[in-house]
Design a protein around this ligand. Structure first.
Ligand SMILES: *Cc1c(COP(=O)(O)O)cnc(C)c1O
Length: 374
């Protein structure tokens, strides 16, 4: 690529001046009040988030991982219980289940969406199933009708792992409003990123919301009185203020991600038509938000190296499915247990997609990938 600057997978320094000013004002306002834990900035953000998702309750917490953990705690998941989830996701989706001494039960993915395949879900349900936890990977909705068809008649709660999918929708309804509960992450690289760790749980269920509000402050909203054992799962007031300042821009950022994805689709049409790569699709009824733009390529590691040599960043989310992780060896899964997840782990490659990426950079990425596929 000659002397052109490298194109990173993600660049979190490309803030425009208006956003910088809004975030600085939000941070300053927290310092002015001196309320660094809970308080008005947390309440304001929770109200705005609940309105954006279209749910009655949003509870800010310390991270996406803690959002999943506290949601499962609110559902009373514990020793001997099973939680069904995807083997092809970020570790936290299953790690939280194991931390509660419950058992993660994996179900293979639909190769088109990379999400849990509802056709295989029913076989995984047992009398010990306490929750089904679909993951909306890369910002593409899981098939929530398929999940509900198994969960609803059995009264099994559904916990959406929406950590990668804020702003996405399924049949016109925002993700995070479809399950019993949903978990969001505001890790800095997510579509709505904090200036550090933060997360949230959303729900329409008032009793669950109340329980989560207790659990995030050691199991009791009345100070020094504990109805149950919780933890410190609070969102920082500073993070809530930053997120509140950024939230109004989320829709436009997600639109820009979708526009970049459309452009990639045009630019990569030829190699895709020749069967040299598989482009990401959008299932009927899904409106995705491209947390990642993930293609499938044979000989993935070589393609990744060639892109790097051309100054183009890329990444593999995720190289080892969860059922093959060392820490889950005692679950009894093995190579071959989930062929679609294993195949995806060998083939996926994420290309740069973030709102501040320029049209010229998008073209250079597509050209570099086309060359790398030869
Ligand atoms: C990021 C992420 C999490 C965890 O969120 P953190 O805020 O990093 O704790 C959980 N699940 C998925 C699918 C994620 O992408």
């Amino acid at each position: 690529m000659g002397d052109l600057p490298a194109i990173p997978l993600l660049d979190l320094t490309r803030y425009d001046d208006a956003l910088k000013a809004d975030v600085a004002r939000a941070v300053a306002s927290v310092f002015e009040t001196g309320r660094f834990v809970m308080g008005a900035s947390v309440e304001r953000f929770e109200e705005a988030l609940a309105a954006a998702i279209g749910v009655r309750h949003a509870i800010g917490v310390s991270s996406g991982t803690d959002a999943l953990l506290v949601a499962l705690m609110a559902l009373d998941v514990g020793p001997g219980d099973e939680v069904i989830t995807s083997p092809f996701t970020f570790f936290a989706s299953a790690g939280v289940v194991a931390r509660l001494h419950a058992r993660p039960v994996f179900v293979d993915i639909d190769p088109a969406s990379f999400n849990i395949d509802p056709a295989r879900l029913e076989d995984a349900v047992t009398s010990r199933t306490r929750a089904i936890q679909p993951v909306h990977l890369y910002g593409h909705p899981a098939d929530m009708d398929g999940v509900a068809a198994v969960a609803a008649p059995r009264g099994i709660p559904v916990l959406e792992d929406a950590c990668q999918a804020i702003g996405a929708a399924w049949k016109g309804r925002p993700l995070g409003a479809l399950g019993t509960l949903a978990a969001f992450s505001f890790y800095p690289t997510k579509n709505l990123g904090a200036a550090g760790d933060a997360g949230a749980v959303t729900t329409d269920d008032a009793a669950l919301a109340e329980r989560i509000r207790e659990l995030r402050i050691h199991g009791g909203v009345r100070q020094y009185h504990h109805e149950r054992v919780g933890g410190n799962f609070r969102i920082d007031a500073l993070q809530a203020a930053v997120l509140h300042a950024k939230l109004p821009r989320l829709a436009a950022w997600n639109e820009r991600r979708r526009a970049i994805a459309r452009r990639y689709g045009e630019l990569l049409e030829k190699p895709a038509g020749e069967g040299r790569l598989v482009l990401p699709g959008e299932a009927p009824g899904a409106r995705r938000v491209f947390h990642q733009y993930v293609v499938r390529v044979p000989d993935r590691d070589r393609v990744k190296e060639r892109l790097a040599a051309d100054g183009v960043g890329s990444a593999v989310f995720y190289p080892l499915p969860l059922h093959l992780q060392e820490c889950f060896a005692d679950l009894g899964y093995r190579e071959g247990s989930f062929p679609e997840a294993e195949k995806a782990a060998r083939e996926v490659l994420a290309l740069p997609i973030f709102p501040e990426l320029s049209d010229g950079e998008v073209e250079r990425v597509a050209a570099a990938l086309t060359r790398a596929l030869r």
